[in-house]
Each structure stands twice: as structure tokens, then as C-alpha cells.
Write a protein that binds this ligand. Sequence first.
Ligand SMILES: Nc1ncnc2c1ncn2[C@@H]1O[C@H](COP(=O)(O)OP(=O)(O)OP(=O)(O)O)[C@@H](O)[C@H]1O
Ligand SMILES: [Mg+2]
Length: 512
Amino acid sequence: MTTPRDARTSPAPVLELRDIRKSFGANTVLKGVDLTLRPGRITALLGANGAGKSTLIKALSGVHQPTGGDILLDGAPVQLENPMAASRLGVRTVHQRIDDAIIPGLSVAENLVFEQIALGETPSVASPKSLLPRARKVAAALALDWDDAFLRQDVFELGIADCQMLLLARALVTDPKVLILDEPTSTLSQSEAERLFETILELRDRGVAILHVSHRLAEIDQLADDIVVLRDGRITAAQERPFDFAAAVTSMLGEGAERDIEQLVHLTGEQVALEIDGLRVFPEAPEMSVALRSGEVTGVIGLIGAGKTELAEYVFGESTATGTGTMKLGGKAYAPRHPKHAIARGVFLVPEDRAAQGMLPGWSIARTFSLPFLSRFARGAILQQGSETTRAAQAIADFGVVSTGPGQSVDALSGGNQQKVMVARWMQTPPEVLLLDEPFRGVDIGARREIAKRAREQAADGSCVVMLCSDVDELREIADRVLVLVEGRITLDARIDTVSDDEIVQSMTEVA
Ligand SMILES: Nc1ncnc2c1ncn2[C@@H]1O[C@H](COP(=O)(O)OP(=O)(O)OP(=O)(O)O)[C@@H](O)[C@H]1O
Ligand SMILES: [Mg+2]
């Protein structure tokens, strides 16, 4: 548990930002940011998607050069020409986009000690084998149970949660003075996040100044000593404990945004939409049979590795590897061998790894929006009329996508705004079955409510909505029925209002 710390008795600032500005062409993103980080304190940085959090972090980690303002380290002005310069001064950052930081073609161990190689502290000719002892030490310090086989494998083999842990471990290879984490938990399950929190708190106690970006208030409450809110390129609020989150959310999103989440009026679907029979999500898993109904939201919850993504991909025609099961959609045989077959039948999937699956660099928001429906096969799935641009403009307004308009390239959007585009894309037309894999990941509180509301509206209109997640709070915001998945087995199937959080969590860790 965090013990609140009093700023007045805290030591001198380690990092100070004064009037930091940053523009991209005519787009001024940071409009004069002042921020102070002190040793042994965790500062949480809050802000809506597109507020400028990642841009600020890039400016203070040497990725971007600020257009104006000063950065002071231990009281002295510094120029952070590049990320290496920042690293050398003890400012370590784990950026939001993990795929930029992972070096493909190298092993896990090489990726771990990559910066030492780049800084010349470890010879670049060092054999992967000679890096192992060092990599082992780093992994052990973070309590990662990574064996040598794991350390030797190509990073390409890793899932996103492991990539995230790898980058964290990399940031801790040398003792940082300042540690900056840009949404580190958005790809982690609860247990992995807890492990990360332990590490963060330990580092804090050792005197590291930490800047932590997150959209999860519970997590901020657990960790932070201070919170600051960035809105439209300016700090609009700063608080010490005890935090007033309602006020923080208001300064983040504006008046009226802090309204409580409405009590869900639960739906009960009558009709079976999708029947899955005798499916093994993993070769060694037992056969699973389940009927998913239209007119309600089913939440499938499980830890990472439970088989949620595999289940979703199977339904969406992306994997036939397990191949044992049969399905019926609306009472008729359904055996998609490709996502286009699924889309043609009105079965949509918002994937977990959205950036990697389905965003083409350089494409406009409008094009990205229509992408899955461009094939002749899938075109029938668009029931709504209206041009690509009109539909995109509507979604931009509904979901609050911060952009210059439907023509803007998706690359220039902030992480959360990219997520909104990818989720909104599959909500533009009423589906038979809508699978949402971790739909709240990376989106701000405003968008989270909008996504939940839309999903529930679609269910009320007769769609079968299935949300896959690993967080009980998220599940409660959206689901009518809960299915708990453990290693490809359903360990609990209940109306959500009949089970407690404890019962759900317990069945998530039930062993066979
Ligand atoms: N390289 C770039 N070129 C042009 N515009 C950019 C660039 N990087 C960021 N922006 C713009 O800066 C604004 C802020 O983006 P940023 O990524 O800092 O937001 P964020 O607060 O981190 O949001 P999120 O919560 O979604 O991660 C966005 O409107 C984005 O379009
Ligand atoms: Mg960001």
C-alpha cells in the first residue's frame, strides 16, 4: 500500500520542466508545460486521448526536441539531443508504442541489454551466450521467470505482455534516476500489473523519481503520490493525496464528463446466436461447448493465456489450427476459413493488438474505417448508407477522436485515438456477433463509457456482443453474463448480477 508523502519534506526536484512547448507544423501540441519530479515520488500524469502526454514524454526523453522551454536535471539545464543522451543522464523511458522499441531479429537477451551494446558498455560482438548471465540477472530482479530458452528466443515470438515486461526490464538494466512509464499496464493482466507495481514502489523507495501515465484511476490511487492533469497541451490541475478524482476527471474532460456510470439495466437474451460445439482452443485443452445469445453482452474473462484471444480468432475465422469444433450461426452451419467469411456473415472482431492488426501506415481515418468492408465479399455487411467520409466524421464526433478530420493519417493520431478508430470501425453497422477483445485498452474514460454504451445499445438492438477482458471492473461495466476461462476451460458461467467479484476472481485461478 502506498504511504502518502508530503512534498514539503521531499528532497529537491530531480527533473524540472519549464514552459515546454512542442509543435508539429501548424499543430501546437504542448503549450507551455511546467512539471516537477522529485526523488522518491510517483507522479501520475492524467489526460484524455490526444492531450499530449506521449508528446511530453518524448520531449523529455530525447525523442522530440521541444520547440521551446527548459529542461533542468538536478537544477542544471540540459539538452536531451537523443534518447541515448537522456539514458546516459539516468532518464529512462518505456514508451507507449512497444513495437517501435523492440528490435526484431534479435533475441530476448539481446533486446534486454541492447542499450549497453549501443552505448558501447557491452561489446557488440558479444555472443548471445555471453549476454545470458547479464540478462538472467535483469530478469531475476524483476521476478520474471524467464529461463534461458526464453531469453534465447527471437523477440518476434513474444506476446505483447511479454514485450512490455521486456521493455520495463530494459529500462532498469542501469539504475535510473528518473523512470517514465507511458501506459505500461494497458497490455498487462492484473497479476502482471501487480508485479509491475511492486517494482515501481520499490524503485520509488530507493529514491527514483517516477512519472506514470495511466487511464486507470484505481491504479493511480494505488501508486501515485501526486497527480497532474494535462489538457490540450497545458497542465490544468495538480493534486496531492488525498486525491479528488471527480475533480481530476473534470479538469481532464471538461464539465459534465464526471457523471457517474449509470447503473446497468441488465439484458437477458432469449435467442441463441452462436453455438460452439466441441472446440479445443489449445491442443491440450478439453473440449468446450457454449451457446452465446443475441440481445445481451457476454463477458469472457480470464488471465493472459486463458484462451480468450484464441476463442475470438476461431470465431472470426482467423485460426483453424485447433480445428476440432463446429459452430452454428443463427441455426445454420458456420465454418469461416478466413475473416472475410466471418465479416460476410456479420461476425466482427475488434482485435486485441489493434495497431498491428488492421492499421495501414499512411491511410486516412476514413479509409481505415472502411478497410475491412472493401472486399467484394464483405461489402454486403455494410448496411448503413452514407459515404466513407460522412461515416468517419460521425464516428470522430461520437467517440471524440482528436484529429484534424476524416482525411488525417492514422499514424499521426495519439495511441488512444487510434484505438478509438479501430473500435468505432466495427460499430458502424449492426453486427450479428461483435467480439471486442480488450476494448478499453488505452482509451480515456470518456471513450470507455462511449464504447460500453454503444456495445450495450447494439446488444439491446439484437446483436450478440462478446467482450473479452482480464479485469473484473471492466467486465462489470458492460456484461450481462460472465464466462470465466481458464486454460481453455469454462470454470464459471453465470448472470453477472448473481456472482461476486471474489467468486469471479477465484474461478479465474481455478486449476484443473
Ligand atoms: N509525430 C507527430 N506528427 C504530428 N502530430 C503528432 C505527432 N505526434 C503526436 N501528434 C499529435 O499530438 C497530439 C497529442 O498526441 P499524444 O500522443 O501526445 O497524446 P496522448 O495524450 O499521449 O494520448 P493517448 O492517451 O491517446 O496516448 C495528437 O493530436 C497527435 O495527433
Ligand atoms: Mg499517449
